[in-house]
Structure formats: structure tokens, C-alpha cells
Write a protein that binds this ligand. Structure first.
Ligand code: PFF
Length: 496
């Protein structure tokens, strides 16, 4: 079947940025920034984006454009005969499902809050009432399931219309509205009296707070978040490379998407943090920052209902653009891998994802007693841990290794693909950096992050998790070095 291409370059950039811009930017980034010392964290995060995220996103686009397939087939298309790289499709395939198992639920929270704001449910609500509304929502599996189902049906509905008529058309409109709303909300936040305090917290680094938290964890958090926000490591960006024409070199396209994504994350902080300070509310509430802290902030504001509605509509667009992109990837993975039609993949996934979203939903109520990662954690945290702290960094590692190693796709072929078309070239000078330095940094930060994360939980837990981390890395390396042995055997056979 003929593969569709994007209708325009703007379409590619906005859909790709739509996949990157999501809950990671507007929900996770402001709160992990609040928890990890504000500006100090941002500095490290920006370094991770440029030094690690950018090379990986270029590799993903090249992989997609070079193979014109999703990751279920891309490695098979490009790998030398007899190598084992194609096994990497499995973590990628599973990762997309694990992500969507909790992501659709949180996207549902955004839609629900947009509905609550628009219908005036927060008007005159006191601090306790706002807190209760959030806890009541989490305690009620039916409400959670309803809004998750709305997200699933809407997003898969868009995918069922095809790439150009559905995904590209709808995402383009949503992204343009999102950017407009964001600028309006940003100007509003900055003109609140008392906003300077918040800006100071956001823009002046506090390295002391960071060292208290453990530098290893902070850097691990920053790296993992860089991969999460760029959606790299499990083929979600790769698919948009596969829809791209060969008119532009990939560095420029990757930089545009990275800049747009970073701009939205920084703006989300600018909208949220100064507003908190302006009303004397601390921004370190963690995940509930958006759902408890902010409705209180809007309640203090003149015309708060209007601003609150705009804010949660903005959040909903960010979340939906990502869910649509991930579903497009899932639908196409099934088309590529199992030869399913688009409409069959859409129908099956409506049911499948609705069922798969249940553990995360029930983790907040019926299964709240199950605390998989220690006290206070829930099933969503476990799913997030699997994807954000494992599949994405390690998938990114493997993607770079595949593109740069001789027994994978190889630097020359990769570089030729990245440099096809007009625009900025990927210089040969970065070959050593991408082949050796990027993979080494990822492995070191990954292991150090595991160490710092589990060391405070006791020696036993540390030993278990470090063994898990090392075993995963060794397993992956067996794929990387597997082909060498095949080659040796071939040589022996020829000589015989
Ligand atoms: N980049 C998305 C966000 O910031 O919310 C999350 C994400 C989407 C991560 C797709 C990974 C992925 F493959």
C-alpha cells in the first residue's frame, strides 16, 4: 500500500512538535522544576536537550525517512543481514502501549478540569473544596474511566481519518491555538503584581537545593525528562520521519522541533510559577501543582474562571496532540507489522487501550494499597518509571548505536540520509561524539541515577535494582555486539 506523506513542511513540524509538546511540558516540567531547585535544574535540562536529545532525535528521523517504516519494520529494513537489531522493536512497541496506559488517563484529567472550569464549578470554592475535588476525582473510577474513554475515542477518531485529513489537519489547528493561548496566558502571568519573586525562582539557579536532592538523581531526572519531552527512544518521532519528503536535511528540522518544544515548556513555567508566587502559594506541590495549586490561584484572580478555562483548554490541546501522535504510531505499527487496515487497527485499539488504562485508573482507588515503588507510589508511577526512566533512555541509546556502528546501519549511510535535501548538514566532526561519547554519557547517567534513586531506600533495594539495571544494559550490548560473531563465522565458512 502507498505510504502517505505530510501535506506540507509546516504540517510535519507542527505534528512532530505536537507529539513532543505534551503533559511532559505543561505538567511534569513545571513541577519537577519546582521540586529540583528551579533554574539550576533548567540549566542541566537544557544541556541534556542539546547534547543528548538533539543527536537522538536526528537519528530517529533518519531511521524513519531511510526505512519509510515504523520501528516494527525499520530495523529489518536497514540492518545488515543476520544481525539482531530488529529485536529492539519489542521494547519500542511495548513502550508505546505502557505510555498510553497512563497518558490517556492524565489527558482525561485535563479535559475534566477544562469542563469544571468552563461550567464554573470552581467559582467561590475554598482551598479545602478545591483539594477535595481533586481527591474525589481520583477516588472515583467511573469519572476517571469516562474521561479517559473520551480521550481514547476522540484521538483514535482523528487517526481513523488518515494522516493528512485527520492527524495533520487537526493537530495543526490545535497547535496554532495552543501557541496563541500560551502567549496570552504568559503575558497575563507576567503582568500580575508580585510575579517577580516567581521569575527569580525560575531564572536564578539554586545549586544548594540541587545538591541536597543528590546531583546524580537531578541529572538523571533532567536526562530522562529531555528524552521524555522530545518523545525519543521508542519510535514516536521515527514515524514522522517516515512520512517526510527528502527535501530538507534533518538537523534543521530537529532543531525547529526542539526549539518549539523547549519554548512551550519554559512558557508553561512562566505561566505557572510567577502566578503561584503572586498569590503566595508554594510551587513545590509535585504532581498536584496543576490540579490543586492552580485552581486556587485562579480563584484569587479577577476573571479567574475565564483564565482558568483558557489554561485547561491549553493543557488539553497539549495532551491531545501527543495522544493523537502516539496512537498514529501504534496504528501504523500494527499496519506495518501485521498488515492490518487502518480502520481495523483503530477499532481494536479503542477496546484494547480502554482495558489497558484500567490499572492506572484503579491504582488511585480500588488498588491504592498496591505501592509498587515504595510508600506513596501507585501503578501510574510504575508505568511512568518503566517508560521514562528505562525504555526511553535505553531506546535512545540503542538508536544512536544502531545509526553509528558498522554492524548496525553505519555512520556513512545514516549521515547520507540525514544530509539529504537542503539546509544545515550534520558535520562529520561529530562522528566520534555520537558514536562513543553520547552512548557512554547515557549509560553512566542511567546507572548513577539508579544508584542515587535506590541508595536511600536501603542496601537490599539498591542491590536488587542495580542488578536489574546492569542486566538490562548487558542484554542490550549482546545485540550490539552480536553481529561481530556472525561476521567471524561467515569468514570461517568462506575460508573453508
Ligand atoms: N513528549 C511527550 C510529553 O512531553 O508529554 C510524552 C511522550 C510522547 C514521550 C511519546 C514519549 C513518546 F514516545
Amino acid at each position: 500500500m502507498e505510504r502517505e506523506n505530510f501535506g506540507s513542511r509546516l504540517g510535519f513540524i507542527l505534528v512532530s512538535a505536537g507529539c513532543a509538546v505534551g503533559l511532559g511540558n505543561v505538567w511534569k516540567f513545571p513541577y519537577i522544576c519546582g521540586e529540583n531547585g528551579g533554574a539550576a535544574f533548567i540549566l542541566i535540562y537544557l544541556c541534556c536537550l542539546l547534547l543528548l536529545g538533539l543527536p537522538v532525535i536526528i537519528c530517529e528521523y533518519a531511521l524513519g525517512r531511510g526505512s519509510r517504516r515504523t520501528i516494527t519494520k525499520a530495523f529489518d529494513e536497514l540492518q545488515p543481514k543476520g544481525s539482531k537489531w530488529s529485536r529492539l522493536k519489542w521494547p519500542g512497541f511495548i513502550g508505546n502501549y505502557v505510555l498510553i496506559m497512563f497518558y490517556t488517563m492524565v489527558a482525561g484529567w485535563m479535559l475534566y478540569y477544562a469542563y469544571l472550569m468552563i461550567s464554573g464549578k470552581f467559582v467561590n470554592a475554598g482551598v479545602n473544596e478545591v483539594q477535595h475535588m481533586f481527591s474525589n476525582m481520583l477516588a472515583d473510577p467511573v469519572t476517571l474511566f469516562f474521561w479517559t474513554a473520551v480521550v481514547i475515542v476522540l484521538s483514535l477518531g482523528v487517526c481513523s481519518l488518515g494522516l493528512k485529513n485527520g492527524v495533520e489537519r487537526v493537530t495543526k489547528v490545535m497547535m496554532i491555538l495552543l501557541i496563541t493561548l500560551m502567549v496570552v496566558l504568559g503575558v497575563r502571568a507576567l503582568t500580575l503584581s508580585g510575579a517577580e519573586e516567581g521569575l527569580k525562582f525560575y531564572l536564578v539557579p539554586d545549586f544548594k537545593k540541587m545538591t541536597e536532592y543528590g546531583i546524580g538523581s537531578v541529572v538523571f531526572e533532567a536526562m530522562s525528562h529531555a528524552f521524555f519531552t522530545l518523545s525519543v527512544g521508542m519510535g514516536a518521532m521515527e514515524i514522522f520521519g517516515s512520512y517526510m519528503k527528502k527535501e530538507r536535511k534533518l538537523v534543521g528540522e530537529a532543531v525547529s522541533v526542539l526549539c518549539l518544544d523547549t519554548f512551550v515548556a519554559l512558557m508553561a513555567g512562566i505561566i505557572i510559577l510567577p502566578s503561584c508566587f503572586a498569590y503566595g502559594i508554594k510551587p513545590d506541590a509535585g504532581p498536584s501543582l496543576l490540579f490543586v495549586t492552580l485552581p486556587n490561584v485562579f480563584n484569587h484572580m479577577p476573571a479567574g474562571r475565564v483564565w482558568g478555562s483558557c489554561f485547561f483548554i491549553f493543557m488539553s490541546f497539549a495532551a491531545l496532540s501527543t495522544v493523537i501522535a502516539v496512537f498514529e504510531n501504534i496504528v501504523m505499527m500494527l499496519q506495518d507489522g501485521l498488515d492490518w487496515s487502518r480502520s481495523k487497527a483503530v477499532k481494536v485499539n479503542i477496546i484494547a487501550v480502554a482495558i489497558l488504562s484500567l490499572p492506572a485508573i484503579l491504582g488511585f482507588n480500588v488498588l491504592a494499597g498496591f505501592e509498587p515503588l515504595g510508600s506513596g507510589t501507585n501503578i501510574m508511577d510504575l508505568e511512568d518509571f518503566i517508560v521514562s526512566y528505562n525504555i526511553l533512555p535505553l531506546g535512545s541509546l540503542m538508536c544512536v548505536l544502531f545509526c553509528t556502528r558498522k554492524n548496525g546501519w553505519g555512520w556513512d549511510a545514516f549521515c547520507a540520509e540525514a544530509n539529504t535535501g537542503k539546509g544545515i548538514s550534520l558535520p562529520n566532526a561529530v562522528r566520534g561524539y555520537m558514536t562513543y561519547v553520547v552512548p557512554s554519557i547515557i549509560v553512566v547517567i542511567y546507572l548513577k541515577g539508579y544508584y542515587d534513586m535506590f541508595a536511600p531506600k536501603g542496601t537490599k533495594s539498591l542491590i536488587i535494582w542495580m542488578i536489574v539495571a546492569v542486566a538490562i544494559i548487558v542484554g542490550l550490548m549482546s545485540i550490539v555486539f552480536g553481529k561481530t560473531r556472525v561476521k567471524e563465522k561467515e569468514v570461517v565458512t568462506l575460508e573453508d
